[in-house]
Design a protein. Structure first.
Length: 215
């Protein structure tokens, strides 16, 4: 999102908005942006999904987000305790937020619980590099940052940040595979990873009865 007549803004998180948007199911009517910050992902989701909620713990950043897009439902709170009904969002999305939560597995369980049957959970996150396998990604991140930050309109968001990453990429991947069966994991440049998980549709009444009859 940029002011008219200005170049599109870019940073590491904005870079991956298209990846999130590509995972939005065609039937999606509701979406939740967890750790919405300045609300730019929520605003992008709103162009595809009729009803979007952006949640963040910081009141100041939510005020700025609301000024930019009043059509999103902005909620101040902690997603782990927010009174959302289970399975209430067709899309649950989060960029650079999971590492703020106390426990990766519990955070993923909570986000999965909020995802509706047939819906999609998308997480773009940060983690710690620890070994030789991470070196090529670190180098790629540095090169890509140098090139893109010089050729695009680099913009620093106003939301509070934390670079404390308690879990490694390996640990996050293991937690995701444990909590989210069938999850798709991707390591990304610019010090990010992506998790995309689709929640299976609930069986119909006829399917449940047929299964009972068969057993």
């Amino acid at each position: 999102m940029s002011a008219p007549g200005t170049a599109p803004r870019w940073n590491h998180n904005l870079h991956y908005h298209p990846l999130v948007l590509a995972a939005v199911p065609s039937h999606a009517r509701t979406a939740l942006d967890v750790g919405t910050g300045d609300g730019l992902l929520a605003a992008d989701l709103r162009r595809r999904v009729p009803h979007v909620v952006g949640i963040d713990v910081d009141a100041d950043v939510l005020t700025r987000a609301q000024e930019n897009d009043p059509h999103v439902a902005w909620v101040r709170g902690d997603v782990m305790a927010a009174p959302f009904a289970p399975a209430s969002f067709d899309v649950v999305a989060s960029i650079a937020t999971l590492h703020h939560l106390p426990d990766t597995a519990e955070g993923l369980r909570r986000l999965a619980d909020l995802t509706a049957p047939g819906g999609t959970l998308v997480v773009i996150g940060l983690a710690r590099s620890t070994g030789p396998r991470d070196i090529p990604w670190e180098v790629a991140g540095v090169v890509q940052h140098q090139v893109l930050s010089r050729t695009r309109n680099y913009w620093e968001h106003t939301a509070p940040t934390s670079w404390q990453r308690p879990h490694t990429y390996t640990e996050v991947r293991a937690a995701a595979r444990e909590v989210l069966p069938g999850v798709r994991w991707r390591r990304l440049p610019l010090w990010r990873y992506a998790l995309v998980w689709s929640r299976g549709a609930e069986p119909t009444t006829d399917e449940v009865q047929a299964k009972r009859f068969a057993t």
